[in-house]
Design a protein around this ligand. Structure first.
Ligand code: SAH
Ligand code: SF4
Length: 362
């Protein structure tokens, strides 16, 4: 008699790529189309167990279940704002690690605009980059997320509706976890996966050159946002203490390479901090660095977090900075803020959650 209870498999199926699935089924002597079937169930239909895969032979479902899991993370908290068009969920990844994901729905308010539903995903629990204005950066780094954990955040929302866009702008630095980021992107765009348009996906990076090069080389064709935040290296290093080896010029060059390799526009994100990086003179300095580049600047008025001594500039200062860039021929927009009531700026839910728990404990 076998007294050993089989342990629950911890290997998540979505940590495998589509090619891995094909190899697996060929090794198991299964027909080739099994990879497509299983992918379809796991991504498009959002299955959380192999039991659900009704068109698969029972022995195959059982074999899959002994080796893999498809479980979705438990939801620890959900918050909504903007009349329900912004939803934020805190997902439990086990071992005391929780990660947040946000869905933002945009109406097609202009005739040429399509209705969009954008999910903002995290790629790490915490972040090691330490940006002084970022709640995640101030929490420090816990660990990288796996491809399955990144995908789980999108699947959390696709199970209840359509998702058209995914932005890698949640907690963590995607290009400090490049392999998992690229693996997740491949499933998002795979025709047998979520079948999304690469144009609808944006990876935002603090500016890690090796990662940008790899993203360009892999030709995943996603949009790239480089977080610049300063027109010169001296100020940039004060805001991003880990930016050491990378200069603004390096990043402008990386953007140029990405544009020529992918034919995609690059966006520079610029968090505006009152009296720190938001003067018109700094706007002109920035414009000079970006001239000749097919780039776009996205201004993000600072979202007050735990950051000591930092303030959000007034509306007038934000507008003046934007106009100064535009006056120099640089395309600049101000990021539409969503879910301000629930502090939907990425990187804040976990902090709030921790604080709330603390309050109930006291
Ligand atoms: N690590 C990546 C992606 C996650 S942060 C990156 O830094 O690009 C997503 C964006 O939010 C970045 O542009 C980041 O600079 C910005 N951000 C973080 N905290 C912010 C805050 N408190 N106010 C405004 N923007 C912030
Ligand atoms: Fe990390 Fe991005 Fe926050 Fe900087 S802004 S600490 S890179 S998550």
């Amino acid at each position: 008699m076998d007294l050993v209870t089989p342990a629950t498999p911890t290997r998540h199926l979505l940590d495998l790529s589509f090619d891995d699935l094909e190899t697996l089924f060929s090794e198991w002597g299964e027909p080739r189309y099994r990879a497509r079937q299983v992918a379809h169930w796991s991504l498009k239909r959002g299955a959380v167990s192999f039991e659900q895969m009704s068109d698969l032979p029972a022995p195959l479902r059982e074999r899959l279940a002994t080796e893999f899991t498809l479980a979705a993370p438990a939801v620890l908290a959900t918050t909504t704002a903007d009349d329900g068009s912004t939803v934020k969920a805190l997902l439990d990844l086990g071992g005391g690690v929780a990660v947040e994901t946000v869905r933002m729905d945009y109406d097609a308010d202009a005739p040429h605009e399509r209705e969009r539903s954008t999910v903002c995903v995290s790629t790490q629990a915490g972040c090691a980059m330490g940006c002084v204005f970022c709640a995640t950066g101030q929490q420090g780094f816990t660990r990288n997320l796996t491809p399955a954990e990144i995908l789980a955040q999108v699947l959390h929302f696709t199970r209840s509706g359509r998702v058209t866009n995914v932005v890698f702008m949640g907690m963590g630095e995607p290009l400090a976890n490049t392999a998992a980021t690229i693996a997740a992107v491949r499933w998002l765009v795979h025709p047998d996966g979520l079948d999304m348009r690469a144009r609808g996906i944006t990876v935002s990076t603090v500016g890690l050159r090796a990662g940008i090069r790899r993203l360009a080389a892999e030709r995943v064709q996603v949009g790239l946002t480089i977080s610049l935040h300063a027109p010169n290296d001296e100020l940039r290093r004060r805001l991003i203490p880990t930016a050491g080896g990378t200069s603004v010029d390096d990043l402008v060059e990386a953007a140029r390479e990405y544009i020529s390799a992918n034919g995609r526009r690059v966006t520079f994100a610029y968090a505006l901090l009152d009296g720190v990086n938001d003067s018109e003179e700094q706007a002109r300095e920035l414009a000079a660095r970006l001239r000749g580049l097919q780039a776009h600047v996205n201004l993000i008025p600072y979202n007050p977090t735990a950051g000591a001594g930092l303030r959000r500039p007034s509306r007038e200062r934000v507008r003046a900075f934007q106009r100064a860039l535009q006056g120099e021929g640089i395309n600049a927009t101000v990021r539409v803020e969503r879910g301000v009531e629930i502090a939907a700026a990425c990187g804040q839910l976990r902090t709030d959650y921790a604080r709330r728990e603390l309050l109930t404990l006291v």
